[in-house]
Design a protein around this ligand. Structure first.
Ligand code: MLT
Ligand code: ZN
Length: 468
């Protein structure tokens, strides 16, 4: 029994069999549920079918079929997204890339790897490590997210301060456009001044312009003996002073922050407090420290910041295992609060504007929503904050979602005054679509529409995502 048992739907599904093996066309409720949603869990999945192509030719055939029959396709990676971009709730066909998961080529001279879109991030990271190299785009969902999805959202994560975003590592892309054409963009080149670089349009396009089928990615040398420090910070304002001095003296690969309220949720899951002193905020700093070369510098900085009253306590990792334990205090926050159906956010600001914005936003949220538990954490060194609000147990999901709509309006109005963006790394998808105008003006959005029209004239690719 399929979710769409009408004759028309059955005929459409029958047509798919002419170019995809039946085993890779799924209509059972469990597949439709799993593949039709992402980690947002806010929409009710309702795809017509889930298709798992195995070749580029099959992806092209799918695009052709969708154009002929006016079907909508939702490209699907690991579905770890947090903005609803991979959600299929309107009878679309989910195009899962999970079978296209081969690493196709590696070249140590180029320090580059070519892989299919369905390769899991962690598989690529391990592949690089096994070849003495490093793929530095990293985040907590590394074990499930796929390279194609990372590219489609221009994923950021925890090492952006040193290594940049996914965009900075993509040297080549194969995409099937909404017209069904196969484009091979930039061909793995470092330099290429031959006109418009279409590659960058597809990076961050959230599956609305084309389906990414293959990527060539740069690799780099691994971090040398990274050390992790966690520091307890008494006030928000001190964070930026601290950032300034640490960044001037050490090569930082991460500068993350989280609040005591956020920390309590990971402690409740069994992790240990990094040190006895409780402070309202914490920062996690990672830096290369081969052979302990920079230990004295780090400790001197610690002393200096303590004398200034910018930090109250701290710890520095003594082993790789301890560094990993400290990382978990930050990385596990998202997972530890997932049961509260949190209202999530991933705003971006210029780093210098963060303290003023944070103070304003904090005052605003405390005044307007005194009953909400608000957690702050994020990649503060990149100007990327995650504001998470937990659903109170006595409020039903619909009432909570409505109140959170009000939070967004308040927050994004303030953000706009600071010249920020409604999304730093999670993307717009469905969730932030109503708020896009806080970051992009109407003229700019009209250019986005024109680009969509050029690559996907019949609107078969991820309709209703980013903008209507
Ligand atoms: C993170 O930084 O932990 C992720 O972006 C997920 C989240 O925002 O919760
Ligand atoms: Zn994040």
């Amino acid at each position: 029994m399929t979710l769409h048992a009408s004759n028309a739907a059955a005929a459409l599904l029958g047509g798919l069999h002419t170019f995809i093996e039946p085993a890779y066309i799924r209509t059972d409720p469990e597949s439709c549920l799993n593949y039709g949603r992402d980690w947002t869990r806010l929409h009710t999945p309702n795809p017509l079918a889930v298709v798992l192509p195995g070749t580029i030719k099959e992806v092209q055939a799918l695009a052709g079929y969708a154009n002929t029959h006016q079907l909508a396709l939702v490209p699907s990676g690991g579905r770890t997204g947090l903005s609803g971009a991979a959600v299929a709730c309107q009878g679309e066909i989910v195009v899962s890339m999970e079978r296209m998961n081969r690493i196709l080529d590696f070249d140590p001279t180029d320090r580059s790897v070519t892989c299919e879109a369905g390769v899991i991030t962690e598989v690529l990271q391990n592949f690089a490590r096994d070849h003495g190299l490093y793929y530095p785009v990293d985040f907590a969902s590394r074990g499930s997210s796929q390279i194609g999805g990372n590219i489609a959202t221009n994923a950021g994560g925890i090492k952006v301060i040193r290594y940049g975003l996914t965009r900075d590592w993509v040297t080549g892309l194969k995409v099937v456009t909404g017209r069904g054409d196969l484009l091979y963009l930039n061909r793995g080149l470092i330099k290429n001044a031959s006109g418009y670089d279409l590659r960058h349009l597809f990076i961050g396009s959230e599956g609305t312009l084309g389906i990414i089928v293959e990527a060539t990615l740069k690799l780099t040398r691994p971090l040398r003996e990274p050390n992790v420090m966690v520091l307890g910070i008494p006030s928000l304002d001190s964070i930026m002073s601290l950032y300034h001095v640490f960044r001037n003296k050490l090569e930082l690969s991460a500068f993350e922050f989280f609040s005591e309220r956020a920390l309590r949720h990971v402690l409740a899951k069994g992790l240990h407090r990094p040190f006895e002193t409780e402070t309202p905020y914490y920062v996690l700093i990672e830096f290369e420290n081969p052979g302990g070369l920079h230990t004295d510098t780090a400790l001197n900085l610690f002393e200096h910041c303590a004398e200034q009253g910018w930090l109250a306590d701290g710890v520095i990792s003594q082993s790789e295992a301890q560094a990993q334990e400290l990382w978990r205090l930050r990385e596990d926050i998202s997972e530890s609060i997932s049961g509260y159906q949190p209202y999530k956010n991933d705003i971006a600001l210029r780093i210098s504007r963060i303290p003023a914005f944070l103070n304003e936003a904090d005052t605003l949220l405390t005044r307007e929503y005194p009953d909400f538990e608000v957690l702050w954490y994020g990649h503060i060194g990149d100007g990327n904050l995650h504001i998470n609000i937990l659903k109170p147990a006595d409020l039903d999901s619909i009432a909570f979602a409505k109140k959170c709509g009000g939070v967004s309006e308040h927050l994004f109005t303030a953000l706009q005054q600071y010249g920020g963006s409604i999304s730093a790394e999670h993307g717009v998808g469905l969730l932030k679509k109503p708020y896009l105008h806080y970051t992009r003006d109407e003229t700019e959005i009209s250019y986005l529409r024109a680009i969509k029209q050029a690559f996907d004239p019949n609107g078969i690719l991820n309709p209703g995502k980013i903008f209507d």
